[in-house]
Design a protein around this ligand. Structure first.
Ligand SMILES: [Fe+2]
Ligand SMILES: [Fe+2]
Length: 141
């Protein structure tokens, strides 16, 4: 069980690396790349992010439920809310390419919002889950 959880969490961390790489690419080229290229990168990011968040919710929500943590529902609700926000920010950014709404500050704020979200997951949420389930295993031994 615990090994399985560790593998699932590291899969999510691996996906974060891909998301960071493409976000960095967008951030570095936002002023020089053609609108077609920017649109392509944002589209890739949006799809990767959607896919990742869906898998993440499928993995994390049952684990959180199994913990009976006093704040379990709040934590799950918080993650789901941030996922919805990030996806809608990304979708509106994608729709704003080559319109007057497009601006570099929005790109930067979206990217930092996303980095912050992944940071919270990797440094607080995943260790909390991992710690809980490894504690269960040592009690069972
Ligand atoms: Fe997430
Ligand atoms: Fe994530």
């Amino acid at each position: 069980m615990e090994h399985n959880i560790k593998d699932r969490l590291s899969l999510l961390v691996q996906q974060h690396k891909e998301l960071r790489a493409i976000s960095k690419k967008i951030d570095n080229t936002k002023e020089t790349a053609s609108p077609i290229k920017i649109r392509e990168l944002l589209f890739t990011l949006l799809n990767l992010a959607k896919d990742h968040m869906k898998q993440e919710e499928e993995i994390l929500v049952p684990l959180l439920e199994g913990m009976y943590h006093p704040n379990e529902q709040e934590i799950a609700g918080f993650i789901l809310k941030e996922h919805q926000q990030l996806q809608s920010e990304l979708a509106s950014l994608l729709a704003s390419v080559q319109t007057p709404e497009w601006d570099n500050d929005t790109v930067e704020s979206l990217i930092s919002h996303q980095l912050e979200h992944m940071f919270k997951e990797e440094y607080f949420l995943f260790p909390l889950i991992q710690h809980f389930y490894s504690g269960l295993r040592s009690k069972a031994q």
